[in-house]
Each structure stands twice: as structure tokens, then as C-alpha cells.
Design a protein around this ligand. Structure first.
Ligand code: ADP
Length: 268
């Protein structure tokens, strides 16, 4: 039956995938997609075979980060072909799979009930022809809701770890701690937390200052026994980089943003 067939297909895809990294944030807009794209591109830069699955149903932005805006994919013999992101120096292309490739128009809003979202999560892993991968980076929808539970169930028994994105601001942090608790309760290994927008450098005098108060961050993470694996500055290269279609870790590898992302990559 359909359920069994789907399950087999997912198992077949997963059998070819080494480690799965769930990039999570409990709140929208903290830079989860930016972190996903740069960590994936950074791993590819180290010679690994990497895929990016865009599971952020309501904001599928990976097509933008990797320069595939407006592009579509058609069902082939082996499922949906992910888009190959090629860049100078990459041994293997980054394989990008996104809901955006399956929509009629870029501005179509997604209004789905939970059952449909559940199906989508299965499609994302099962229908895309990922091929052999060392890493599949999944850009999760914000929160610890239905999608996360579906995926965590689906991936049980596989090599899965979570990477959390947060801003240093206290409300975002409190939310992130919920995600930490989810991982701990599910026995999902946590790679650590990427602090995004963790400071800004003045373009005139090069002085560093913090836009978000960092007051309780280190303390709270230590209490939750979670490591901060990277501090990404708030930067123009990152806000504009999302529109150029090349993750900054590849386009400006010497810059402070790329250096900061590299420590998150190393933690994976
Ligand atoms: P999320 O996936 O958590 O919703 P995004 O990664 O899409 O967040 O980031 C939200 C917006 O903020 C995007 O336009 C992105 O380019 C921008 N952004 C993210 N991180 C930074 C940063 N460190 N500096 C500047 N802009 C950033």
C-alpha cells in the first residue's frame, strides 16, 4: 500500500545518507536559514557530499540562498532531481531540494493542514533523489511542532544531530532553550548553538558593539549544558549575501562572517 511504499522509499534514500543535521530555531527570523546554507556550503567546501533539504514550509528560502529563485523541478525516473549548486573549488555540488521548486509561483502562500505538512516532510526526504551524501542539512521550520516531531520519528535510528540557531536576545534564547529541551527529551544529540547577530563592527572605526544584550546567554547555555559553537556577526555581507545566491562562506571565505561560520562547520 501507499504507506509501505513511502516508508520503503524513505529508507532507501536514508540508507545513502551519512549524517543528518537538523538546523532548528524556536523562533522565526533568527537566521536559521542563513546558518543552514552556510554550514552546508562550508561542509561542501571541505570536500563532503552535501544536500540541503528546505523543510521551512512557510519560508522556503534555500532556493534564494543558492541562487535558484524561480526555478522548478520535474519528476524524473528516480524522483525529483535536487538542484545542483556548483561553485569554484567545490569537489561536489551542493544538492538543494526545496518546496519552492514545486510551487506554481514564487509568491504562492502555503496554507496546509497538519496532515499535509506531515506528507510533505515524507516527500522532502523520500521524493528527492538525494543520491549518496555525507551530510544532509535540513532547514527546519521554526518551533518544536508537528513538523519536527514527524521528522524526528521518521529519522529514528539514523545518524541525526541538531544545530540550534538563536540570537543573543533573551526572548529568542528562552525559546531556544525549549528546543534544547526537546532534543534532550528525544535523545537527539545537540551539536551546539550558533549565536547569530552576535555583535557588529563599525565600518568607520572598526569598534565592535552588541545590538542585542548578551546578558544571560553564556550562563543559560552552560546551565542547559549546551555549547556555543559559533558567534556570527550582524553584517551587511550576510543581509545582502542572501540575495546574491552564493553563501558568504564561499563568496567571501576570508571575511569575519565566513570565519565565524567555519567554527560551526567544524563542530559538525
Ligand atoms: P530564519 O530562517 O531564522 O527565518 P533567515 O536566515 O531567513 O532567518 O534570516 C532572516 C533575515 O535576516 C534574512 O534576510 C537574512 O539575510 C538576514 N540575516 C540573517 N543573519 C544575519 C546577520 N548575521 N547579519 C545580517 N543579516 C542577517
Amino acid at each position: 500500500d501507499k504507506g509501505q511504499h513511502e516508508k520503503k522509499l524513505i529508507e532507501k534514500r536514508l540508507a545513502d545518507i551519512g549524517q543528518i543535521i537538523l538546523v532548528m530555531a524556536n523562533k522565526g527570523g533568527v537566521g536559521k536559514s542563513t546558518v543552514s546554507a552556510n554550514v552546508a556550503a562550508g561542509l561542501a567546501g571541505r570536500g563532503y557530499k552535501v544536500g540541503v533539504a528546505d523543510a521551512d514550509i512557510h519560508g522556503p528560502n534555500q532556493s534564494r540562498f543558492f541562487g535558484f529563485v524561480g526555478q522548478r523541478v520535474r519528476l524524473g525516473k528516480n524522483g525529483l532531481p535536487p538542484k545542483d549548486f556548483e561553485f569554484f573549488g567545490l569537489e561536489h555540488p551542493v544538492k538543494v531540494g526545496s518546496l519552492a521548486f514545486m510551487m506554481e509561483r514564487d509568491d504562492t502562500p502555503i496554507v496546509w493542514r497538519d496532515a499535509y505538512k506531515h506528507d510533505f516532510m515524507h516527500h522532502l526526504i523520500g521524493s528527492f533523489d538525494w543520491g549518496p551524501l555525507d551530510f544532509l542539512v535540513i532547514d527546519m521550520p521554526p518551533g518544536t511542532g508537528n513538523e519536527l516531531i514527524t521528522l524526528a520519528d521518521m529519522l529514528e535510528g539514523h545518524d541525526v544531530a541538531a544545530l540550534l540557531a538563536t540570537t543573543p536576545q533573551e526572548v529568542a534564547l528562552m525559546d531556544s532553550l525549549k528546543a534544547v529541551r526537546f532534543c534532550q527529551e528525544r535523545g537527539l544529540p545537540l551539536i551546539g548553538v550558533v549565536e547569530n547577530m552576535a555583535g557588529v563592527t563599525c565600518p568607520n572605526c572598526s569598534e565592535q558593539f552588541h545590538v542585542f544584550p548578551r546578558a544571560h546567554l553564556a550562563e543559560a547555555l552552560a546551565a542547559a549544558e549546551v555549547e556555543s559553537v559559533a558567534q556570527i556577526p550582524l553584517s551587511l555581507a550576510l543581509s545582502s549575501g542572501s540575495d546574491t545566491g552564493v553563501p558568504v562562506i564561499l563568496s567571501a571565505p576570508e571575511g569575519p562572517e565566513a570565519q565565524a561560520f567555519a567554527s560551526a562547520v567544524a563542530a559538525c
